[in-house]
Design a protein around this ligand. Structure first.
Ligand code: NAP
Length: 294
């Protein structure tokens, strides 16, 4: 039997994404030992009870020195603190990756704490749910989904290859991308839709009492789909917007202009403009289904 890809993997943040990856790593036999390093006692207790990891601690000294691979799955706003906490304990040759939804800010916040001989391979799985915590994770989360990696220039290619092998090993397809480009693409495909969902659901929540009840009662008419996204973790999303500010503001400006143009078409009864736009967007939905990303 061939030896696993990694001996010991440490998951910093054993929440939805961290615990899903830990489950998938175990399922596919990609590591010998799994450790959770998490500040949440509740998460550590649950991860152990669910046998997601072999060991759980809040002390970097108990987890980091033996780790060959460290996966940071804490909210992106915690990256600098995580780096400062683990930096002194990293062993030479260790590989670090992360799953943060923003890449430039994570690189900026982590790199100053990393000693020589350690390779950071930033990453972002395009997979997730609106739930949080280790109880919500599942091993199949990444199967057939994209994993974006944004390796830094001059990185140790063997380390990058091992992180690629990890994600392929859990069933993902891997795309290598520049981190700046990642943040721009995700601003439109993920961050803006979340902002819109938070806004719509917030607007409904501000309506008078009797209207609010009808929003719930008749939610199947479109509102319901926004509420799923708007139920996503508040801390995670606070950190995404604070850490991808420029890209989100740029795409939000374009969106606002397009919304205003549609508003104008409605005001002036320009049915053909509306129909043309809705026909174009329907084709995009069909392309997503064809690409098996629906
Ligand atoms: P989650 O379920 O809330 O889990 C995060 C865990 O990290 C929590 O247990 C949290 O503890 C812990 N934590 C916070 N600060 C820490 C620190 N300094 N050191 C160690 N542990 C710490 O979050 P998630 O949904 O898995 O998201 C994790 C990351 O994945 C985020 O960066 C997010 O951008 C990215 N991501 C999420 C999704 C998604 O759909 N959820 C998809 C792709 C990528 P507390 O609860 O006590 O804070």
């Amino acid at each position: 039997m061939s030896s696993p890809l990694f001996k010991t993997v440490c998951f910093i943040g054993i929440g939805l994404i961290g615990s899903s990856l830990a489950r998938a790593v175990r399922k596919h036999g990609l590591a010998e030992k799994l450790i959770a390093l998490d500040i949440s006692e509740k998460a550590r207790t649950a991860a152990l009870a669910l046998s997601v990891v072999d060991q759980a601690t809040d002390d970097p000294a108990q987890a980091i020195p033996e780790a060959d691979l460290i996966v940071i799955g804490a909210p992106v706003g915690a990256t600098q603190a995580v780096g400062e906490a683990i930096g002194p304990y990293l062993k030479a040759g260790a590989i670090i990756t992360d799953v943060g939804s923003v890449k430039l800010a994570v690189i900026r916040d982590l790199m100053p704490s990393l000693p020589d001989g350690v390779t950071f391979v930033p990453g972002h799985p395009i997979a997730g749910t609106e739930h949080s915590g280790p109880e919500s994770g599942f091993a199949e989360l990444f199967e057939g989904r994209w994993q974006i990696l944004t390796p830094l220039p001059g990185s140790d290619q063997k380390a990058v290859d091992k992180v690629v092998a990890l994600w392929k090993g859990v069933g993902s397809e891997v795309e290598i991308m520049d981190p700046h480009h990642h943040d721009k693409v995700l601003a439109i495909t993920s961050h803006l839709p979340h902002l819109i969902a938070y806004t719509i659901v917030g607007t409904a929540n501000d309506l008078e009492g009797h209207m609010q009840q009808e929003v719930i009662k008749f939610s199947a008419s479109g509102f319901r789909d926004f509420t799923r996204i708007a139920a996503s973790d508040p801390i995670m999303w606070r950190d995404v917007f604070l850490n991808n500010r420029e890209a989100v503001l740029e795409v939000l400006q374009r969106f606002t202009e397009d919304l205003t143009a549609l508003q104008r078409s409605i005001r002036w009864g320009e049915g053909e403009v509306l129909q043309k736009r809705f026909t174009e967007t329907r084709a995009i939905r069909r392309a997503i289904i064809d690409a098996k990303q629906a």
